[in-house]
Each structure stands twice: as C-alpha cells, then as structure tokens.
Design a protein around this ligand. Structure first.
Ligand SMILES: Nc1ncnc2c1ncn2[C@@H]1O[C@H](COP(=O)(O)OP(=O)(O)OP(=O)(O)O)[C@@H](O)[C@H]1O
Ligand SMILES: [Mg+2]
Length: 541
C-alpha cells in the first residue's frame, strides 16, 4: 500500500479533486464492512460479514434467496439496525454498524436504487427527478416548471440518459426507467467520480437488449470513478460486468473472487453449496391436437389479431420485446382485460371471463409479472399460500386449519421456501422467497391452465430449476402452461414450443426438442409484426 488510509493527502485524491479519480495504484477502499451481523427474531440474516469494495469497481453481491443481500443493503441505507459489534466504513466516513441512518448514508455519499425503483409512472421524468430533491418554487410557492425541466435536462445529460424531461415515465422503456432511477439517485452528487451506487436487482425483468444498455452506462460510471455494488441472480451478467464478486450463503461470506477467477458453474457451486445437475427438465411435447386452449384473432390493447392453440400438457413460451403484448395476452386470457374482438376457447368451449373468480372457477391460474399485485404483505406466509384456495379450508363455518397448516408446510418444503414457520409475516420473507410462495399458491390448485408472467424473477439459480421441475410435475398431471420470461435462455429450456410476439402479432413459431435460445433471440430482435405480412413463418419444425 503506497499511501496510508489516514494520510490526509490521500483524502484529497479520494474526494474527487483528481481529474481522473483514483487510479488502480490507489489502494483506498470505497466500502469496508467488518464483522457485520443482523439477527431478526428466529433468523440470523447476517453472520459476521466482512468485505471490502475498491473505488471505481463494479462489485457483485451474490447469494441464494434469503442469504442476506437485501438485509446488508438496508443496513447500509440505515433502514435496518445491525447487531452491535460491526463497523462500516464508506471512504472516510466510519461508523458502528448499529448506528447507521438514512442521514448518515446520504452524508457518506451512498446512493441506492431499490428493486421496485420507486419511480412514479404517471409522472414525467422531470417530476420524478424532482421527487428526489424537491421542486424549485418561486416567491409565492408556485412550482417553477421551466427551472424544473432545465434541471432535469442537465441531470439527464450528465448521466447520458437519452429521454426528454417531459416524457411520462409510463412511456419509457424499462432500461430507461432504471436509468432515470439511477440519475435520480446520483443527481445531488457534486461529481460523478465519487460516491457509491448500490443496485438491488435492477435487471430483474429487463430483456437482454435493455440489460446491455444499462450495463454500458454502469461501465461508464465506474470508469469515471463511481463505485457500484450490484445484486443480481442472473449469473451470465456477473461474468460480463463484475470486477469482483462476493458470495453470501446463509448470511455468511463464502468467498470474494476476482472476475477472472469466475465461471458460471463455479458461481452456482459457491451460491448453492453444491453442483447442480444439468439434467434437462424438458419432456417431449404432447403430440396430437388435443387443444386445452384456443385463441383466435384476439384484438384489444396492444393485441392485433393473435391466434394460437395450446395442447393439453404443453408448455408454450411467449418471446417478445417489452411492449409486444406479452403481458396483455395473459391478462386478456385471464379475464383481467376485455378483448375488443376475437375468441378464447377452453377445452373446445368458448369462454368469456368477466372477472378473476370466473377464470379461477374455470381452472385458470395466473402468476402476474408485478408481485405487488398478488402478495398480501400484511398477512402470513400460510395465508398467502392458500389465497387461491380459500373455500377448500372451510366447510360451513368451520375452518379446517390443520389441513391448511399441513398444506402450507408441504409447500414450504416442496418449494424450499426459506421461512421460520408458516406463520411468518409475508413482508419479512426475502424477495425471491415471496416469489416462490406465489408460484406455489397456484401450482397447488393443479390448474387446467397456468399463466406464468416472469415466474422466476428474483429467484435464485437452484430454486429456478426447482420451480420448473414442479411446473413439469403439474404438466405431467395434465396442466397446460403459457410462460412469459425476458430470459430467453430459460424460455428455450422450459418450453415445448415458443412463439414470438411482435407489435401485438405472432410472427414466428419454433418447436422441437432443441429450441435454440440464440435463434429465439434473433427472431425476437428481427420481428416487426408487420401487418402487411401476416403470414406466420414456421421454422425449425
Ligand atoms: N424484517 C424482517 N423480519 C424478519 N426476518 C427478516 C426480515 N427481513 C429479512 N428477514 C429474513 O432475513 C433473511 C435474509 O433476507 P434478505 O431479504 O436479506 O435475503 P436476500 O439475500 O435479499 O434474498 P433474495 O435474493 O430472495 O432477495 C431471510 O431469511 C428473511 O426472511
Ligand atoms: Mg433481496
């Protein structure tokens, strides 16, 4: 180490006065955590964690669901108090780990982008940026809109975000929304070359193209000296972007590695604690034309004449860019949206659901893209697991709670949900464990038709394989499945057949035991859904 941390000359460099920010010869530490522990009633979420992050690097924080990643981040943000005994140092700001607060985090130059982004879609980009720092007002307290837009323009330019300040956030692409959230988090930083940006699963439902845009931006910030801590479950991302990687398991640091030392398989082993078997979960598609679902010429919202059939016991993957109509297709089938024209038949009978109860009575299940739509955060895990089957546990006025408890315990085991007991409040489960519980809720019903929108978002690598194994069990028992996921590799692996949706139309169909993910990606990117060419191309039969 050429310069001691306490040396005041080092302080000058790290405060961003040097043009290029700290170089590789600078051994300063952007973040150092020592002996950090956090105990919740019944759970040790973090156990004596120590790690350090160098300035200007992208450091990935990995670990299975419930391994303690978000807890660590919330302690840094001052949302949770750590157990006594740990220390946290952010550049020259050092504090006892049980004393962090949001004010301390701000003062230390820490910035956070949480998984839900906390971005308001019904407001403009400029208004969202203002929410992070207050609206400029004139002498009478009136909001100065021109100043607001001017400030927004400057911030967006500084972070190279190519959207106009007046745009509604609802109209932005997901990557741009994430970028606006990052710009908002960083806007009050005097210099882009200091500070520490912490991102908790920012790519969770971003398609590959959008991830590329986000990663280019992160790389630029890091090159300018910004330090980035990134949580993700997508391991191929880690091998692409990380400078260093720290893996947590059950609240403890397993190891910290340089990027050059990691491969995807090695990461899986470190995260899970054993190697995963690569046995393909795909079974052969059901032959014949015994259709469980038939959709004909469906119009409504972004959908412009969608037709397809789903065989009994088939897993059909829908690939498409954001805005292609993927989610609308599922919500229209489930009766959450009314089609303007077209028909939907279940087992050969035309159906039109007026509400969710109708759809559920007919044997449909739906795991929506947005977990907040289906999670009852103030209820217990058990109640969340039985939410789709409430009548099952009642006869007359009696609640068969023993059955409900037994079923809940079985789901907890089957889906490896990390929880103290079935009574644990849902809000205190980790993100990935909440997601597993919601998938379990629907699979337990053995639905005739299961609609899955991004079912493995935030779910760790081992649990992902497990969820699809359980989906396959349901399929073997006769359930038919439609799955949407931005992860095209996953889509190709789990689907018997994949259709590509572009601009509200199905443009391609791929079938066979070897649906090739790169071919799917190519088709998704090239598909235009041009209405003048409605003939569907069927390839790789
Ligand atoms: N407020 C809380 N009360 C009780 N237990 C909690 C609370 N918050 C988190 N936990 C528990 O702490 C453990 C770690 O959770 P954490 O959210 O940090 O996991 P994670 O690594 O972020 O997982 P994921 O990848 O699923 O998001 C889990 O067992 C979780 O149930
Ligand atoms: Mg988390």
């Amino acid at each position: 180490m050429s310069r001691s941390m306490e040396d005041p000359s080092a302080r000058g460099v790290d405060d961003g006065s040097a043009a290029g920010g700290p170089g590789p010869a600078d051994h300063a530490v952007a973040l150092r955590i020592t002996n950090l522990s956090k105990t919740f009633p019944g759970t040790q979420a973090l156990d004596d964690v120590s790690l350090s992050v160098s300035p200007g690097t992208i450091h990935c924080l990995l670990g299975g669901n419930g391994s303690g990643k978000s807890t660590l981040i919330k302690i840094l943000a001052g949302v949770y108090r750590a157990d006594p005994g740990g220390r946290i140092r952010v550049r020259f700001h050092e504090i006892d780990a049980d004393k962090t607060s949001p004010e301390w985090a701000r003062g230390a130059g820490l910035h956070f982008v949480h998984q839900d982004l906390a971005i308001f879609t019904t407001m403009s980009v400029a208004e969202n940026l203002a929410l992070g720092r207050g609206f400029p007002t004139g002498p009478t307290g009136n909001i100065q809109w021109r100043a607001l837009r001017r400030h927004a323009r400057t911030v967006l330019d500084r972070f190279d975000v190519h959207v106009s300040p007046g745009r509604l956030v609802a109209d932005l692409r997901p990557a741009d929304r994430t970028m606006v959230a990052i710009a908002r988090a960083l806007q009050d930083q005097a210099d882009a070359s200091e500070g520490l940006l912490v991102l908790d699963e920012p790519t969770v439902s971003l398609p590959a193209v959008e991830v590329d845009i986000l990663f280019e931006a992160l790389r630029r910030y890091a090159e300018a000296g910004q330090t980035i801590v990134l949580v993700t479950h997508r391991l191929e991302e880690v091998t692409r972007i990380a400078d260093r990687v720290t893996v947590l398991r059950d609240g403890r640091v397993v190891t910290t590695l340089d990027a050059g030392e990691v491969t995807k398989d090695r990461l899986v082993e470190l995260i899970v604690g054993r190697a995963l078997d690569h046995a393909s979960s795909t079974t052969s598609a059901t032959e014949g034309e015994d259709l469980a679902l038939e959709v004909s010429d469906l119009w409504g919202g972004p959908l412009r004449g969608v037709s397809f059939g789903l065989r009994r016991g088939e897993v059909l993957g829908i690939a498409g860019l954001v805005g292609s109509g993927r989610t609308s297709l599922l919500t229209t089938i489930f009766g959450l949206q009314r089609p303007t024209s077209g028909s939907i038949s279940l087992d050969g009978r035309a159906v039109r659901f007026h509400n969710v109860d109708d759809a559920m009575d007919a044997g449909l299940g739906f795991v929506p893209e947005d977990r907040s739509e289906s999670a009852f955060l103030n209820m217990s895990l058990r109640e969340n697991l039985s939410a789709a089957q409430v009548p099952k546990y009642w006869s007359g006025l009696r609640l068969h709670w023993r059955d409900e408890v037994a079923d809940a315990r079985r789901s907890i085991t089957d889906f490896s949900i990390k929880a103290i007991s079935e009574r644990q409040p849902f809000a205190t489960l980790s993100g990935g464990n909440q997601q597993k519980a919601i998938v379990a809720r629907w699979l337990r019903r053995r639905p005739k038709l299961l609609l899955l929108d991004e079912p493995t978002q935030g779910v760790d690598v081992a649990a992902r394989a497990e969820i699809y194994r359980l989906v396959r069990d349901a399929v073997a028992a006769g359930t038919s499945v439609i799955v949407v996921t931005a992860d095209l590799e996953e889509l190709a692996r789990v689907s018997d057949r994949v259709v590509v949706l572009a601009n509200g139309r199905i443009t391609h169909e791929l079938e066979g035991p070897n649906i090739d993910p790169s071919r799917v990606t190519e088709l998704v990117l090239s598909a235009t859904g041009d209405p003048t060419n409605p003939d569907m191309e069927v390839s790789q039969r």
